[in-house]
Design a protein around this ligand. Structure first.
Ligand SMILES: NC(=O)c1ccc[n+]([C@@H]2O[C@H](COP(=O)([O-])OP(=O)(O)OC[C@H]3O[C@@H](n4cnc5c(N)ncnc54)[C@H](O)[C@@H]3O)[C@@H](O)[C@H]2O)c1
Length: 281
């Protein structure tokens, strides 16, 4: 089946979608950024990043005049691309529980646009089992689409650099789908690590969880030290000194909060604890 574009990214003007789109277009692929946020689409089309991301201003400026990067609010763009990468946000409720239906609802809304022979890449952080639910949905809708789950594990602000330097987890149910995912990400990632689909879903969730636990533990120590009238920085420096097992103890600060320079930035992530005002990606 012939496709006029290599890749379409659903959620293509978001924090994850836009850097990935720039990287893939920079590697020579014809990429369409599809996003329902007309404000963000207009900005990107005008060559302006909606948020801060190192190296991205120059990449966008270089790519936007070329046909390797298109930006649209039109869902029909999804039909034209061989690889459909879905990287919409995962909303959380008031108890910080993720909404497991969010990504599924987006795919359901795109069923009319999906064509046989496409490769659907799920890249949002998902509730375990969501990939299987999407496979079931596609089967029920009689779509012959390869599905892979290839999670994003990059730090905001450093995504372009980390895409080039950090391994990419790749998972799919069939060898053909895995190979398509590897061919796609192989052009930008230095190393591809294969997992089963549910393993990859858990690996992504616990990449985040592990990081947040470390922040929470450091914050706990900060508060206990304060209660004792002690200096957290002094304790931390001492416990790390020439002691590799504690080398990654972070400083205190808000965890899982986004620095957002976007004019219309919507509500953002959770905090694992509320102490000092250092912000992390
Ligand atoms: N931001 C990070 O550092 C980071 C890191 C790893 C994983 N993730 C995960 O990646 C996913 C995306 O996160 P993000 O930070 O890019 O979110 P985001 O809110 O910045 O971007 C999502 C984009 O998707 C668009 N969108 C939403 N629904 C759409 C639809 N139906 N059709 C077209 N466009 C739609 C929105 O307009 C928005 O521009 C989430 O699951 C998140 O947990 C984020």
């Amino acid at each position: 089946m012939a496709f006029s574009r290599d890749v379409v990214i659903v959620g293509g003007c978001g924090r994850v979608g836009l850097p990935l789109g720039l990287a893939l277009a920079g590697s020579g692929l014809a990429v369409t950024l599809y996003d329902r946020d007309a404000f963000a689409v207009d900005r990107v089309r005008a060559g302006k990043m909606p948020f801060f991301e190192r190296e991205a201003d120059e990449a966008l400026e270089r790519l936007i005049p070329t046909d390797r990067l298109e930006v649209t609010t039109e869902a029909q763009a999804v039909s034209n691309a061989e690889h459909v990468i879905v990287v919409v946000g995962t909303p959380v409720d008031e108890h910080l529980n993720p909404d497991p239906t969010a990504v599924i609802n987006v795919i359901e809304g795109l069923l009319d646009q999906l064509r046989d022979g496409q490769h659907l890449v799920l890249r949002s952080t998902v509730y375990p089992g969501v990939t299987a639910m999407i496979e079931k949905l596609l089967k029920a809708a009689h779509r012959t689409v390869d599905v892979s789950f290839c999670p994003e594990r990059l730090a905001e602000g450093r995504a372009l650099e980390e895409l080039r330097t950090l391994p990419q987890l790749v998972s799919a149910r069939t060898e053909r789908a895995v190979r398509r995912a590897e061919a796609l990400f192989g052009g930008v990632s230095p190393k591809l690590v294969r997992l089963e689909v549910e393993e990859a879903e858990l690996a992504k969730l616990f990449t985040n969880t592990w990081r947040y636990i470390k922040f929470a533990a450091a914050n706990q120590l900060f508060m206990i030290a304060n209660d004792f009238g002690l200096d957290f920085a002094r304790i931390r420096a001492a416990l790390k000194e020439d002691y590799p097992r504690a080398a990654d103890m972070p400083g205190p600060g808000l965890a899982a909060v986004r620095v957002c320079s976007r004019t219309r930035c919507s509500s953002r992530r959770s905090t694992t604890t509320t102490s000092p005002s250092v912000t992390r990606a």
